[in-house]
Design a protein around this ligand. Structure first.
Ligand code: 3HC
Length: 285
């Protein structure tokens, strides 16, 4: 089945980035958000990010207009009926995702591939209540989606070879590189990344160094584009904590225990860039 129509559910940081790249690469995209204001906000973000690409010479103004012309919004999955691929990017709660997938199964074209951008929830669990879990797969994009080349593809226990191959080919069409992982807690990306971020937060908590120096050490010493503390703010401290909790629950032991300082930041509402403050301050522009 040729994939031309894509439904993206959720227009937050990841969802708007995912809708952006599909529209830019020629797909007809319906972005589904719970409320019209949220959908409009997502389109405004996509427009701003495309303007930035135009200003930097990575996209022509005509291609930007064409991409935005391929992007529609909706407040229900039913309005997007007939899509051949869905990518879900709603909050990281199994009950919310399971409800979205029920809806996606009811409204997709026959045989449509149903992908989740979950950062750590088991694909097998998300697919568990569907009639055909073989079409459910993880398509884990990295933030910022328009820039980052990787899509981590996660096979649930019942994901078919056909769905995996189709999503790999699609990733290449998006100008990105697929890498496949099996359905273990945190997959590969977050199983490796999050303990590093958590350890950096422990270094801060224990007074090993300042946040600035921890970031400088990892940026210049390990050639990371961002230090781990700044990256945690960028990803969202609530997201980092949720992933650490999945790892802790899945594997146990000291290695995956979330840092107390991370818990405190989240309970204080300091979530990073998106809330205006995390370990660093992000004044509104
Ligand atoms: N949309 C479009 N373009 C964007 C963009 C966006 N949202 N954000 C940045 N860009 C573009 C810029 O226009 C610029 O383009 P150019 O190369 O043509 O000039 C380029 O990206 C670099 O951006 P900046 O010049 O503004 O800034 P930097 O050079 O400091 O790069 C960064 C910013 C790309 C965010 C870089 O610091 C980086 O790669 N950081 C690490 C990001 C990372 O590790 N992401 C993975 C997080 S983990 C994850 O997502 C998984 C989840 O499950 C937690």
């Amino acid at each position: 089945m040729e994939i031309t129509r894509v439904c993206v559910v959720g227009g937050g940081t990841m969802g708007n980035g995912i809708a952006h790249v599909f529209a830019q690469k020629g797909f007809s995209v319906t972005l589904v958000e719970a409320k019209k204001e949220l959908a409009d906000k997502a389109v405004a973000t996509i427009t701003r990010n495309m303007d930035r690409q135009v200003a930097k010479g990575g996209l022509t103004a005509a291609d930007k207009d064409a991409a935005l012309g391929r992007l529609k919004t909706a407040t229900s999955i039913a309005e997007a009926a007939g899509f051949q691929l869905a990518v879900e990017a709603v909050p990281e709660r199994l009950d919310i995702k399971a409800a979205v997938f029920k809806d996606l199964e009811a409204h997709g074209a026959p045989g449509a591939i149903l992908a989740t951008n979950t950062s750590s929830l088991p694909i097998t669990d998300i697919a568990a209540t569907l009639k055909d879990p073989s079409r459910v797969i993880g398509m884990h994009f990295m933030n910022p989606v328009p820039v980052m080349k990787l899509v981590e593809i996660i096979r649930g226990k019942r994901t078919s070879d056909a769905a995996t191959e189709a999503v790999k080919a699609l990733t290449v069409k998006l100008g990105k590189i697929p890498a496949v992982a099996n359905d273990f807690p945190g997959f590969v990306s977050n199983r490796v990344l999050m303990p590093m971020i958590n350890e950096a937060i422990l270094c801060l908590q224990e007074g090993v160094s300042t946040k600035e120096d921890i970031d400088t050490i990892m940026k210049l010493g390990m050639a990371h584009p961002m230090g781990p503390i700044a990256l945690a703010d960028y990803i969202g401290l609530d997201v980092c904590l949720a992933i650490m909790e999945v790892l802790d629950k899945g594997f146990g032991g000291v290695k995956y225990k979330p840092a107390e300082l991370l818990r405190k930041m989240v309970s204080d509402g300091k979530l990073g860039v998106k809330s205006g403050a995390g370990f660093y301050e992000y004044p509104k522009k």
